[in-house]
Design a protein around this ligand. Structure first.
Ligand code: ATP
Ligand code: CA
Length: 174
């Protein structure tokens, strides 16, 4: 599954703008994201990610492959549900994976045409918006749709950095 994704810094009033464009509120989620590093390679260098996400409706384990282009954050993503995130964390640590960082955020999700817009309040970083499209259709076309939606919102400077990299830049991660 390819996850097409673009991100930009948000601005006050973005949620009204999304609603004006015909967006519909999907819901609000609180995320506690635990990122792991591999004993075999440095995920920061290989541009991969292994994450346990704990949210109200349950936990998930996600693997993200390297970014597929130089404009967006699109990548292959695989996700499974997790019954017991604490046990999974112990399993990963027992086989040599180590916790690289923790990211906390509040995500408000909107549906707009075939896209999902996420307005994220990230602890220690501020507010961002992500436009996501998923599927295995023509991902180049989906990429243009995602960038167009960002432009319609008046956001012309997409960011390719992850929240982890941004937190690092901000000196929030030792
Ligand atoms: P999602 O879109 O799945 O909800 P998110 O928006 O919360 O995730 P992103 O910033 O899009 O968060 O993705 C997490 C990023 O963290 C990935 O891009 C990944 O490359 C990066 N990352 C993961 N592990 C490491 C690591 N050990 N060192 C540096 N960066 C990492
Ligand atoms: Ca994202």
């Amino acid at each position: 599954m390819i996850e097409v994704e673009v991100k930009a810094r948000s601005f006050p009033g973005i949620e009204e703008k999304i609603l004006d464009l015909g967006g519909e509120l999907i819901g609000v989620e609180n995320h506690l994201d635990l990122y792991f590093n591999s004993p075999f390679c440095d995920f920061a260098r290989t541009d991969e990610a292994l994450r346990i996400r704990v949210k109200e409706e349950g936990a998930r384990l996600t693997y993200k492959g390297p970014k597929l282009d130089s404009e967006t954050k699109s990548r292959r993503e695989l996700t499974v549900r997790v019954d017991d995130p604490k046990a999974l964390e112990s399993i990963l640590e027992s086989v040599g994976f180590s916790r690289a960082a923790v990211v906390k955020k509040r995500r408000t999700k909107y549906g707009l045409k075939e896209a999902v817009l996420c307005v994220d309040e990230v602890e220690g970083l501020g507010s961002f918006v992500e436009v996501e499209l998923s599927g295995d259709e023509d991902w180049e076309a989906q990429k243009r749709t995602a960038l167009d939606i960002l432009k319609t919102l008046g956001l012309v400077e997409p960011i390719r950095k992850s929240y982890l990299e941004l937190l690092n830049d901000a000196g929030e991660i030792e």
